[in-house]
Ligand binder design. Sequence first.
Ligand code: 3H9
Length: 703
Amino acid sequence: MSDLVQLTKNNGIAVVTINNPPVNALSPGVPEGIAVAIEQIDKDDSVRAAVLIGGGKTFVAGADIKEFGKLTSGKSGGGFELPALLLKIEDCRKPIVMAIHGSAFGGGLELAMSGHYRVAVPAAQLGQPEVKLGIIPGAAGTQRLPRLAGVAKAVEMCADGNPIKAVDALSAGIIDHLLEGDLLTGAVAFAREIADKAVRKTRDRNDKLGSPEQNTPIFAAARENARKKQRGMLAPLAAIDAVEAATKLPFEEGCKLERKLFMDCLFSDQSKALIHVFFGEREVAKIPDIPKETPLIPISTAAVVGAGTMGGGIAMVLANAGIPVLLKETDQAALDKGLANIQKNYAASVKRGRFTQAFVDERLKLIQPTLSYDSFANADLVIEAVFEGMALKKEVFAELDRVCKPGAILASNTSTLNIDEIAAATPRPQSVIGTHFFSPANVMRLLEIVRGKATSKEVIATCMQLSKKIGKIGVLVGNCRGFVGNRMFHPYVRESIFLLEEGASVEAVDSAMYDFGMAMGPLAVGDLAGLDVGWRIRKEYRHLEKPGIRQAFAGDKLCEIGRYGQKTGAGWYKYDENRRAIPDPGVAQLVAKWSAEAGIPQREISKQEIVDRCVYALVNEGARALEEGYALRAVDIDIIYLNGYGFPSYRGGPMWYADTVGLKNVYARIQEFHKKHGELWEPAPLLKRLVEENKKFTDFNQQ
Ligand code: 3H9
């Protein structure tokens, strides 16, 4: 037996323990170890029943995801013999009790379902999250789960990929018993109780598989739901097909179909992209020059300056994590408005079932409104979220320096301004950092953490850790104009407007990008965020623009006639009273007129050109940000775009997407745009270099 799996015996009950920290993934050696243990249990007459348990803090989090990459890149010959192992367990003559704590995910749940009984602690979670990796369960999960939980539950779990709690698993029939107290002791006692009963094979339990009349509407609804909620993703539909097979084919045939679908998904670009995202989300937490042991600053109380949309959202995020927060405004009316907004947002969350009223009541108590800086001396962290203007920010930071205790973190939520300049308004720049939340702050998962040149490692490490605590994904970026996300977003939006000025319609641009997978088209995003925001920033920075370079003018001209977007009822689109977008032919006429005045020839523009111009504008600027060291790794950019800008996760992020298309192809297309559209399309030096070296963005890591 391997070190990864131990077999012990306790008075007639065998205990098989998997020890593959941190999550007991089914890495090479684990399935083999379990197989040997099962063979011994089967032939040992002194064993009456067995318990299989995970060592450490979890049962089994699934197959080892790292192995998938090796398999699809041909670096490993496979070895995914999990289905055969699960049949061996199911065929064992002694009853096997699966004892679950932590998570039983993916192959972990499939392993658990091959046992004859399952017991779990209340905090355990069970799920088939494979679709989130672009695959489907590959070890008969789609065949055994409907046999235990019924078709509707199995379809939901396999297609959505969301885990369920042990108590729900009990009522669904996936587990047999909830155990309070010590899991192993309880599981061994349970095993003694059922030791002499006949074994029940999950694969033979057909009573929950339903009839075609019952199942047809379930599958139809699941497919509709998947097409809507997981737009563009292949795996959820494949998972539904596989569960449907369980209702139509004998177990063995169903397994064959599942395996084929699993393999198709595994070798798809979508799965490779989503696996990149899985590891990327963990990678961004690792900062090369900040060791894990860096001391953290305890954050027990916080304060937010500014109760506008962003400030209010940030206060909610902190309160939701249990951190008491002062919320400061300059006058009562603004404070009341901010609080009313917070209450409205919480009420909407209760209505949607995201929070209970009791939870909201507790959180509201944690938000303390104030008009003064008086209590700021206690705050461990202050986040400034006032109007975006350097002079005002400097004033606030000078004041914060006067009132805050030494060592308090002074953060700015600026999305564009220079953090070092803000930090210079205080004599403690080491405590100043950017925490760029995305709107709405209580919903969007991204937190860009902006490192100033003096920001201390403790402050950075604390903010990275805080991002986890408040349910965000923190990505560390350098201090350049627009940081990483908005710096790249600028040329993306610029291209979308250039395309309009060259003859594409608003709807054509937005629908091309929506069909590419973006959550919204770039022009609809502009209307949502307010076209005046970019207009003001452009005015502030106009003196920095190089003369003679083409500028996108249509958005600014819309602002000049008062069309700021949703908030004024009109921008690129018109809006009804429910803020529903309505195409506005007047905009096409206006843009055509302005373009004619500017002498821009009009032409037919293909969907492919729209996608290439917008996405490669992101990629080219991303390459510059990467080479200049403002992003640590290409994957950091990907995680920013997936979590802050609605880039489709199944494309892995802009840099991964470029790698998938092939940097040679991307470079050639950018050169073509450069020739046609001039200097703004000059290829990033890093892109050129990687093409010459036959490398990818993923091969490039800033040190
Ligand atoms: C599958 O099972 C297919 C089957 O149908 C079989 C087909 C034949 N593999 O998330 P954390 C690493 S597909 C390899 O920070 P937490 C992770 O990268 C699989 N590594 O901890 C990290 O490494 P590092 C289906 C894995 O406590 C470390 O473990 N299962 C795996 O916040 C700690 O992870 C899933 O999709 C893995 N399966 O959360 C479950 N899982 O420290 C994926 C984790 O070097 N996992 N690692 O950065 C999770 O959802 C979370 O990790 C879990 C723990 C909730 C378990």
